[in-house]
Design a protein around this ligand. Structure first.
Ligand code: 5GP
Ligand code: ZN
Length: 119
């Protein structure tokens, strides 16, 4: 089943990382890329994604990659002007959280007063 999934339905974010879908990167680093969400939930909605496939936050092991991801979030927020008003960073890990793409990603949301958060 896993093998079939790899062959027939390759991970959409792995394809984006490889440049197969022509998605423009807002920013990138050695281990991560940032690009605009296809269906933005706020005026600015960027996804920060590790180049290497990891299913979700639960699969993150490498502290270098962890730091790199967070620093890319930090840089994108600054460069897109989100630090003035404020912004939110979210990762959904697993079905209870509503994760729909099973490749670790951080949502970076801002550009307006955001609705109240759960946490
Ligand atoms: P999740 O629900 O897993 O936390 O978030 C997945 C996000 O990926 C959604 O906000 C969805 O709009 C975005 N997304 C899904 N497919 C694509 C795509 O092909 N390109 C881009 N740029 N975003 C996508
Ligand atoms: Zn992937």
């Amino acid at each position: 089943m896993l093998e079939r999934q790899r062959v027939v339905e390759p991970c959409i974010f792995c394809r984006i990382v490889r440049g197969e879908l022509g998605t423009e990167f807002v920013d990138q680093s050695d281990t991560a890329v940032a690009f605009h969400d296809l269906q933005p939930a706020a005026p600015t909605h960027v996804l920060v994604v590790p180049r290497r496939h990891l299913g979700g936050l639960r699969d993150l092991r490498d502290p270098v990659v962890a730091a790199d991801l967070l620093m890319l979030v930090n840089r994108v927020a600054k460069d897109l002007g989100l630090t003035k008003g404020g912004y939110r960073v979210i990762t959904n890990d697993g079905p209870d959280a509503g994760q729909t793409v099973n490749h670790l990603h951080f949502h970076v949301l801002g550009g307006q007063k955001l609705p109240e958060a759960l946490a």
